[in-house]
Design a protein around this ligand. Structure first.
Ligand code: ZN
Ligand code: ZN
Length: 179
C-alpha cells in the first residue's frame, strides 16, 4: 500500500514536500496473467501545495518479471516512469457539483478532505504500471525465439532444424513432404 503524506505540505500554500515511499506488492493481475515483482516499488514524489489542490510529481521505479513474447522465458524488466497527479481539496472547492464532471475528464485527479493526512495511491500506481507494460515484451532485442520445428529455445541450443528463412507455416508443409 502506498500512501502520500499530506500532513506537512498542506499547512502552507506554496510549500513543497519531498518523500520517498516503498511498497512490496506480491503480484499484479492483468488479463488473467500474473505479473511478479523482482524488486519492491520505490516512489519518489514531490508535493506542491497550490491552494485548493496539491500537485504530485513522481517517479515510480521497480523491476518486473515478464515473459518474453518470442522465447516465452521469464526475464527482468526494469521500469522507471514519471507521473503526475492532482489532489483536490474537497473542502476548498467552491462548487461541489462540478466534482463528478471533472473527475470523468481524467482519472489523474483525486480528492481529499481538509482533515486527511494521507491519500492512498496504490491503485493509481498499479494502473501506471499496467499502461506502461510493453506490448510485446522481449528478453533482449535480438532474442531468437523458439524453433518452429522442434520447439527448442534457440537462444540456448542450436537444434539444427532446417528452418532457414522459411515461413513457419511452410515448415509444416516440409515435414509432410518427407513423410
Ligand atoms: Zn526471449
Ligand atoms: Zn529446431
Amino acid at each position: 500500500m502506498v500512501q502520500l503524506y499530506l500532513g506537512e505540505v498542506k499547512k502552507n500554500v506554496g510549500s513543497t514536500f519531498k518523500d520517498v515511499l516503498r511498497d512490496s506488492p506480491g503480484e499484479l493481475r492483468w488479463e488473467g496473467e500474473k505479473i511478479l515483482f523482482a524488486q519492491p516499488i520505490t516512489v519518489e514524489v514531490r508535493l506542491t501545495n497550490c491552494g485548493s489542490e496539491i500537485l504530485v510529481e513522481g517517479t515510480l521505479i521497480t523491476v518486473l518479471v515478464l515473459d518474453c513474447s518470442r522465447c516465452l522465458e521469464p526475464f527482468l524488466y526494469p521500469m522507471n516512469v514519471d507521473f503526475k497527479l492532482e489532489l483536490r481539496n474537497v473542502d476548498r472547492l467552491n462548487r461541489p457539483s462540478d466534482l463528478e464532471a471533472e473527475a470523468e475528464e481524467t482519472d489523474e485527479i483525486k480528492y481529499f478532505c481538509e482533515h486527511d493526512n494521507y491519500v492512498d495511491i496504490t491503485k493509481d500506481l498499479e494502473e501506471l504500471i499496467l499502461i506502461n507494460l510493453p506490448m510485446k515484451p522481449l528478453c533482449r532485442p535480438e532474442c531468437l525465439g523458439i524453433c518452429p520445428v522442434c520447439g527448442a529455445n534457440r537462444n540456448e541450443v542450436q537444434c539444427g532444424c532446417e528452418v532457414g528463412e522459411v515461413d513457419p507455416r511452410l515448415a509444416v508443409l516440409k515435414t509432410w513432404k518427407s513423410l
